[in-house]
Write a protein that binds this ligand. Structure first.
Ligand SMILES: Cc1cc2nc3c(=O)[nH]c(=O)nc-3n(C[C@H](O)[C@H](O)[C@H](O)COP(=O)(O)OP(=O)(O)OC[C@H]3O[C@@H](n4cnc5c(N)ncnc54)[C@H](O)[C@@H]3O)c2cc1C
Ligand code: SF4
Length: 477
């Protein structure tokens, strides 16, 4: 009888890929986790309990067939594992690196809930597709027939790129417009290299370009070309522009030198990592080297800013957040990584104002958590008389993002948006009330996750193909 390769969670303990030492991590922007060795990936996959109703799969936005690719990995059948993995996910190696697995697949793993520690689903997903790239199993995009219809996609982030991938595989002509000079959206210019190295994103951009997608970069829709012109050129248009308007603080001292927006700080840092000449960095304005840095916010963007500051050589990095650790929106795993690298978190601390121009400090007011509000979340309240000044010579605001006013910017008042400014679109197909206009990703959901943008892009492309009468099966190949 064949040996049972699975259900080893009682005898094999959870083991993440090796993490680089914090003192080495602080020196560069390389990813912090190593790749699994083959035997380790097999061993860790063998811990899966092969549930009849896999909650990990239910809680993965893409409904990835996780138990099947774990079993195939445990059996050493990696090529088949890759084929199953890529059937539901356009960028498995990217999700494996940056999904907040603790809130999605791994957080719902049954063996985690029984106290044995989750299967390391994300790390195995990354390993499978990185191995596929190394072995040449990742197929070029080669449609069997070319179709006459064309789709214009505004935004080359994960939502737009996932849609483009599905459409090109079905032979549809695709043009992707983006105002940046490189494709990838926040994968390229938002998320730092220590979470997602840039060649991982660039090889996906190359794959699409080699597969016949046409990229119109440095093209700001609403400035370099009108939305109306794009609609006129294509049979359908997908808006995948993400959300980029920064939430600001209203407080004394705002507007002074040394107070910067997180998205600018991260974009400039990523540009430097590409080797670009970036005047705003070279002038010292967006360079944390030798500075006391204070980052305001408790989400993933704030975590990326504190860890970027450390790598740039800040003398100290503090993160102010108005709630406590248990109630922060960012990933606990990222907080731990940041602490290991030397970041200090000041919980229950909110900015009241800023001292000096250029800035020399942040006026901090201490908070406590009060009664739950209507959402059930405990609202922070000020503790009177506990204010103090935190020294700083670079303050980075990471308070979240909102959509830009697209109907106004694009002179398209008929574009349907809701009261938050996100586009009103069908949650499955992405269709809006405007004929042939679709929307996906953050511009529909508000600031969300890469995996949701990928799901939206894939679903929207399928809906467009169905409307064209194209074979959806071809797209899935
Ligand atoms: C700092 C940071 C860290 C994050 N970390 C994570 C993480 O670890 N894990 C995770 O799952 N999610 C993370 N996210 C969220 C994730 O990046 C987004 O949810 C995801 O990228 C949204 O994809 P999208 O395709 O909708 O938009 P985006 O990735 O924002 O791409 C939109 C694209 O549209 C282009 N564009 C916008 N307007 C125009 C215009 N007028 N003309 C032409 N082009 C235009 C932009 O240049 C951009 O390239 C993070 C976000 C930030 C800001
Ligand atoms: S895509 Fe994200 S949520 Fe789904 S299995 Fe992969 S890491 Fe988990």
């Amino acid at each position: 009888m064949a040996k049972q390769p699975m259900l080893k969670f009682t005898t094999v303990s959870r083991d993440m890929p090796e993490k680089r030492m914090p003192n080495l991590r602080r020196e560069d922007f390389k990813e912090i986790y190593a790749e699994y060795a083959d035997e380790k990936a097999q061993e860790q996959s063998s811990r899966c309990s092969q549930c009849g109703v896999p909650y990990c799969q239910t809680h993965c936005p893409l409904h990835n067939n996780i138990p099947d690719w774990l079993r195939l990995t445990a059996e050493g059948r990696l090529k088949e594992a890759y084929e199953i993995s890529q059937a539901t996910n356009t960028f498995p190696e990217i999700c494996g690196r940056i999904c907040p697995q603790d809130r999605l697949c791994e957080g719902n793993c049954v063996i985690e809930q029984s106290g044995h520690g989750t299967v390391t689903i994300g790390s195995v997903e990354k390993y499978i597709t990185d191995t596929a790239w190394e072995n040449g199993w990742v197929q070029a995009i080669k449609p069997k027939t070319e179709r006459a219809e064309s789709v214009g996609i505004i935004g080359a982030g994960p939502g737009g790129l996932a849609a483009a991938d599905v459409l090109r595989r079905a032979g549809v002509q695709v043009t992707i417009y983006d105002r940046y000079d490189r494709a990838g959206g926040l994968l390229t210019y938002g998320i730092p290299g220590f979470k997602l190295e840039k060649d991982v994103v660039m090889r996906r951009n190359d794959q699409l370009a080699e597969g016949g997608a046409n990229f119109e970069l440095n093209c700001d829709v609403g400035v370099d070309i009108s939305f109306a012109d794009i609609r006129a050129k294509h049979d359908a248009v997908i808006i995948a522009t993400g959300v980029y308007k920064t939430r600001d603080i209203q407080a004394p001292g705002v507007g002074g030198v040394g107070l910067e927006r997180a998205i600018d700080f991260l974009t400039i840092s990523n540009r430097k990592s590409f080797g670009d000449a970036v005047e705003e960095f070279d002038s010292g304005r967006f360079n944390a080297q030798g500075k006391k840095v204070v980052v305001i916010g408790g989400g993933d963007t704030a975590m990326d800013c504190v860890r970027t500051s450390i790598r740039q050589g800040a003398t100290s990095v503090k993160c102010l957040y108005r709630r406590d650790r248990a109630n922060m929106p960012g990933s606990q795993r990222e907080v731990q990584n940041a602490e290991e690298e030397g970041v200090v978190f000041e919980w229950l601390s909110a900015p009241k104002g800023f001292v000096g121009d250029p800035v020399t400090g942040v006026m901090v007011q201490k908070m406590r958590l009060g009664a739950p509000d209507v959402s059930g979340r405990q609202a922070p309240e000020v503790i009177e008389g506990a204010d103090y000044v935190e020294e700083a010579d670079l303050v980075i605001m990471a308070l979240g993002f909102e959509p830009e006013d697209l109907p106004k910017l694009w002179n398209t008042p008929e574009l349907p948006v809701n009261r938050w400014g996100t586009i009103k679109a069908d949650y499955i197909t992405g269709a809006t009330d405007l004929d042939g206009v679709y929307a996906v990703g953050d511009i529909v959901r508000g600031a969300s996750l890469v995996v949701w943008a990928i799901k939206d892009g894939r679903d929207c492309a399928q809906a467009i193909l169905e409307k064209m009468g194209a074979s959806v099966a071809i797209a899935a190949e």
